[in-house]
Write a protein that binds this ligand. Structure first.
Ligand SMILES: [Zn+2]
Length: 194
């Protein structure tokens, strides 16, 4: 298997704005210390996020419910081992190139940070999530709760991932700035932090 990136290990693992992508890798033993279970009414099965992300996700899901929408956390924290098996399964089924556009190698998944959440409505149909009113609401409001759409349609050349309408990432205060300037987290680091 080829790596196209000069992979670097991440130091600021517990930072809410931590950049995890194909270039920046989490240590295999990193497990967030404050994983907290999401209220069952806003999740599918037992789903854990870091405490601040969990609080804000529940707030967002509650506010969505006030306008008659159901949003649920379907996939959240994933361990290094879990991600390793998941990626290998994709490679076996679809080949390495395809797998790396839609899944992350172990250590390169934001899900290991406990700050990423795959969102769906009550249909739990990922592929068609962007055709739902829940998607539109989340897309327009997530930044108010500290979340960003992490892999937008028009940024695949930057993120190196295909469009994922369901994958949101908690970044805290920064979310508003990224949303208003139509920037991905990768661009923020590329242009402003170096
Ligand atoms: Zn995801």
């Amino acid at each position: 298997m080829k790596d196209f990136f000069n992979v670097k290990e991440i130091n600021n693992v517990a930072d809410y704005q931590v950049l995890v992508n194909k270039e920046y890798k989490l240590p295999s033993n990193y497990v967030p210390k404050d994983l907290t279970i999401i209220d069952q009414q806003y999740s599918e099965g037992s789903q854990y996020l870091r405490n601040l992300a969990q609080i804000n996700f529940e707030k967002m899901a509650y506010d969505a419910s006030l306008v008659g929408l159901t949003i649920k956390a379907v996939s959240t924290y994933r361990s290094f081992e879990y991600q390793k098996n998941l990626f290998n399964k994709y490679v076996k089924e679809k080949g390495f190139n395809y797998a790396s556009m839609c899944s992350a190698k172990a250590g390169h998944s934001e899900h290991q940070t406990g700050l990423a959440v795959d969102i769906s409505n009550s249909n739990l149909d990922y592929d068609n999530f962007d055709k739902t009113k829940e998607f539109i609401w989340v897309k327009n409001n997530a930044h108010k709760y500290g979340f960003i759409l992490r892999y937008p349609k028009n940024k695949t050349n930057i993120t190196k991932y295909k469009y994922e309408p369901w994958h949101y990432r908690y970044v805290g205060e920064l979310a508003k700035e990224l949303y208003e300037n139509d920037l991905t987290l990768d661009e923020k680091y590329l242009y402003f932090n170096k």
